[in-house]
Design a protein around this ligand. Structure first.
Ligand code: ASP
Length: 417
């Protein structure tokens, strides 16, 4: 249990809050040394997370696309597979956005971070401009940027677009033995190793972040407690909506298209779902998903080896749903009023961010920053999500993997028909 990351994060979070309260009681005015050390830890940890975003998204996405391996399959299966991915991810985000319109218990409390918004924080929309065309124009100019500038400036939309173009072009024009394929696979291995190291220190980061938030908020009439309640409510809504998508929406789509009953389906894919739940990684679950698809769902190996690896990086319904709810939740906490156009922006950004996120634990935190920037939420808000991120990742990864498996079933039956 002591080696379990989620458990460590839980302990670190509790320690951060309890020690911060104690610290406030003993030293209401704070001690400079302590404050500075906490701020150093927090800053270093957030910088560490940011360090990996650009290469991680870039290589993981190209890696996902080149796993398709050959042009013929890309032509045969590409269209239907990608349509399925986009449709189900869009459904998940719509579900999330409709749900938050009706259920947003955190608004019973004040937007406690409102004073922390930096008026100059970047956003896709100029305040006051309320036209979807303006958003699309900004998105287009960000998307079609040269790859080097996108990587250097952490322009995630640009990184995703370039990776998509390059990945597809690689499959179309390069020989299957080209060393470039090898290069991308190896680059991914290296990045994943570095990410593992970063994740090892997650508990330290969480400790510092929570200590800092509690000290900053507890000055204000017990706002620390309010914040935790709001966070809990947010987590509960995400879990509920993710379960609805995973237990009702996706099985219903499978039933409508293939007539496989939800119970039979869930039984047949239970083992990859459990592996996804316990590893929080779609990529790590891939071998088990392949076996379940071929042996239990009777999906042909050609389809499974196309749809599943691509889905493990591109198709993440749980992640998209989480990011959409998180954006709306954070916007409220920071007192940012959302117009209709901003909600549409959240939709589009959550979609792109979920496509860009690699199938690794907590990987969606990278794309989440793009969603936040788009509507003017300060980047430091990522710290709020990190606090509750670990337990939520288990369920959303299972739903991500479920989406891929159902995709392979549908594409397979469609082709057989
Ligand atoms: N852990 C997720 C996955 O591997 C990605 C994420 O949402 O962080 O599918």
């Amino acid at each position: 249990m002591l080696n379990n990351l989620t458990f460590q994060v839980f302990i670190a979070a509790t320690l951060g809050i309890v020690l911060a309260f104690g610290y406030q009681l003993i030293e209401p005015n704070g001690i400079e040394m302590v404050d500075n050390s906490i701020s150093l830890l927090k800053g270093a940890f957030l910088a560490l997370l940011k360090m990996l975003i650009a290469p991680m998204i870039f290589f993981s996405l190209i890696g996902g696309i080149i796993s398709i391996g050959n042009v013929v399959r890309l032509r045969q299966l590409g269209g239907i597979t990608v349509s399925y991915y986009l449709l189900t991810t869009g459904l998940a985000i719509t579900l999330a956005l409709v749900a938050v319109v009706f259920v947003h218990p955190w608004t019973a409390y004040p937007p406690i971070m409102a004073s922390m918004v930096d008026a100059s924080s970047a956003r896709l929309l100029n305040p006051g401009s309320d036209s979807i065309l303006a958003v699309l124009e900004t998105m287009a100019s960000l998307a079609f940027t040269n790859p080097f500038s996108a990587l250097v400036n952490l322009n995630i939309l640009g990184i995703v677009t370039n990776a998509l173009f390059m990945g597809v072009a690689m499959v179309l024009v390069l020989d299957e033995n080209s060393p470039l394929f090898r290069l991308v696979v190896d680059a991914n291995k290296i990045i994943i190793q570095v990410l593992r190291w970063v994740i090892r220190v997650l508990p330290i980061g969480i400790f510092a972040i929570l200590f800092d938030f509690t000290v900053r908020l507890s000055g204000d009439d017990g706002l620390g407690g309010t914040f935790l309640t709001q966070l809990f409510q947010f987590g509960l809504l995400v879990v509920t909506m993710t379960l609805i998508h995973g237990l009702i929406v996706l099985p219903a789509i499978a039933w409508i298209t293939t007539r496989m009953s939800p119970l039979e389906l869930l039984q047949k894919i239970a083992s990859p779902l459990l592996v996804a739940f316990s590893t929080s990684s779609s990529a790590a679950t891939l071998p088990v998903s392949m076996r379940a698809a071929e042996d239990n769902l009777d999906v042909s190996p050609g389809v499974a080896s196309f749809v599943l690896p691509l889905g493990a990086t591109m198709n993440m319904d749980g992640t998209a749903l989480f990011e959409a709810v998180a954006a709306i939740f954070l916007a409220y906490l920071y007192g940012i009023e959302l117009s209709g156009v901003m909600v549409v922006t959240v939709f589009l950004m959550a979609m792109i961010a979920s496509i860009g996120a690699p199938g690794m634990p907590s990987a969606s935190m990278s794309g989440m920053q793009m969603v936040m920037l788009a509507i003017g939420i300060p980047l430091e808000a990522i710290a709020i999500l990190l606090v509750i991120e670990r337990p939520l990742d288990t369920i959303r990864t299972s739903v991500n993997v479920e989406g891929d498996l159902i995709g392979s079933l549908i594409v397979d039956r469609y082709l057989k028909r």
